[in-house]
Design a protein. Structure first.
Length: 511
């Protein structure tokens, strides 16, 4: 009885804790984009070849994406606060190593280490929110803030990355993580109090760790390689085949072992499964767009890195507004699908506007309204999606459920970058081939027109992907609106219409 009472009492310092959790999340999201801006300068300084430069991105993506499920399970087993603080300290040390890199090996190694500690940090942060905020209205507000940072932080990274690279030095895109991590770790250590009885002390599923890590690494590397070597490349195909075999073996293993790394009950629930799938698809569309708009603004329009970053501000403002003012306010009043579906549809309309891009398109007349719609739509959808992804799970599973959110985003990002880039490159090549006469008279104009044609061709695919995400959200997600009072029961329901109110409550008793 006392354990139940302890878990029901809200932590008086939970809002202070949210500030430090949000700061850590901002650091991780910033790092995903800030390094992209600095990459050309780091490549020149360290003498990295064009063939090897992708490893600055790939080394991080492989370690982060491959170890997320393991990191989520460690958070459940070891304690979320401890995992969170260790992840922050390790991320800071890895960032210091990257900033001090004297050759490409040091830089690649530091990026891999960042990915390892990021895989500890990210699921621990989200699962701390899940177990600390159990009241529906407070939870909506907390996840609204978290969702806004997760959605808009990447664009902030473009601004900060441009400023640090242009004004100071590319090394500061790594060093800037150290004060973020130091403040977040100190605050977390002194402020966060993890609810008692919410750990999962079952033995670690080693076969599950190995199979999931290798399967996800193969999948992420397959998509990353496809971007540079093509989809028909033998190693690319081999990576996809290996990933399929490994992940099927992982599922078979998890169905049999006593203490699985990823309890299948977490992903087989129709609400959480719908969230993971629709969120991953939306990220595919978003990651491709960030890259296309960055190149369009800098190469086609001639913007500086700093000006490019500021050009993304409307999308950040839209995401923050959609997450904190629309999603957070309406989440306790309407079912999640009525926010996620329309949110993804609004983002699809914004994406649809960008299919009209031309060389001389107006920023104010086209790009600005498109970004506002994208930001509002994504912010409105992300917020209930992130909250619902950890609702209805037993406290012992909150870490791995949180890791699945990050996994869907990471895999979605890898797929989006490779898939949409490949589509854009193919469309650009086809356009250049059919307009060879223009190339003979004005090759630079043909180059820019081909590039923009490739972007718009890929953006059409992104529109379709967002429509599929909206359809999945409306079809699969059937949880009712959250209730203010937490449930007394433990496990998640089956997800059918009967008893959906209980499905969306946060269980408060560890089993």
């Amino acid at each position: 009885m006392s354990k139940t009472a302890d878990l029901r009492l809200p932590d008086p310092s939970r809002w202070k804790a949210l500030a430090f959790i949000a700061l850590a999340q901002l650091m991780v999201v910033l790092d995903a984009t800030i390094v992209n801006i600095a990459l050309p300068h780091a490549q020149t300084d360290l003498g990295i070849s064009d063939a090897n430069k992708q490893w600055v991105i790939t080394a991080y993506a492989l370690a982060f994406g491959g170890l997320l499920l393991f990191g989520g399970r460690i958070a459940d087993l070891w304690g979320r606060k401890r995992t969170f603080v260790v992840g922050l300290i390790g991320f800071a040390l890895a960032s210091a190593l990257g900033g001090a890199a004297q050759n490409q090996a040091m830089l690649f190694g530091s990026r891999a280490l960042q990915g390892v500690f990021g895989a500890l940090l990210a699921p621990a942060a989200l699962s701390l929110l899940a177990v600390m905020f159990t009241d529906a209205k407070e939870r909506a507000k907390a996840f609204g803030i978290y969702g806004a940072i997760a959605g808009g932080g990447g664009a902030v990274g473009l601004i900060l990355g441009g400023f640090l690279t242009q004004v100071l030095d590319w090394r500061w895109t790594f060093f800037v993580n150290i004060p973020f991590a130091a403040v977040a770790a100190a605050g977390a250590y002194f402020v966060i109090r993890e609810p008692a009885g919410s750990r999962n002390r079952s033995s670690l599923d080693v076969p599950g760790v190995v199979l999931s890590a290798l399967g996800l690494v193969s999948l992420v590397y397959g998509f990353t390689r496809a971007e540079s070597a093509g989809w028909a490349d033998g190693l690319t195909i081999g990576m996809f085949v290996a990933s399929g075999v490994l992940l099927l073996a992982f599922v078979a293993t998890e169905a049999r072992v006593k203490s699985p790394l990823l309890p299948l009950r977490v992903v087989l629930d129709r609400n959480r499964g719908g969230v993971y799938l629709s969120l991953g698809l939306a990220i595919i569309a978003m990651f491709g767009l960030f890259l296309f708009l960055t190149y369009y603004l800098q190469v086609v329009k001639g913007y500086s890195p700093i000006r490019t970053g500021f050009a993304f501000l409307p999308m950040i403002a839209g995401m923050i507004t959609g997450s904190t003012q629309i999603g957070a306010r309406l989440m306790t009043r309407v079912p999640a699908r009525k926010l996620m579906g329309p949110g993804f549809l609004a983002a699809a309309v914004g994406m649809l506007l960008l299919t009209q891009l031309e060389i001389d398109s107006s920023y104010v007349g086209l790009i600005l309204p498109a970004q506002l719609l994208l930001g509002l739509g994504m912010g409105t959808a992300f917020m209930p999606a992130m909250s619902l992804a950890t609702h209805g799970v037993e406290p012992r599973d909150s870490g791995v459920a949180s890791a699945m959110v990050n996994t869907s985003q990471q895999v979605g990002g890898a797929i989006g970058t490779a898939l949409l880039n490949t589509i854009a490159a193919s469309a650009a090549t086809a356009y250049a081939g059919s307009h060879a006469a223009l190339g003979a008279t004005d090759p630079e104009l043909l180059k820019l027109q081909s590039m923009v044609h490739g972007f718009t061709g890929a953006i059409w695919w992104a529109v379709g992907i967002l429509l599929v995400a909206a359809t999945i959200a409306v079809t699969f997600v059937n949880a009712g609106r959250p209730t203010a009072a937490p449930a007394s029961g433990g496990g998640a329901g089956s997800g059918d219409a009967e008893g959906v109110e209980d499905e969306f409550r946060m269980p408060v008793v560890a089993h």
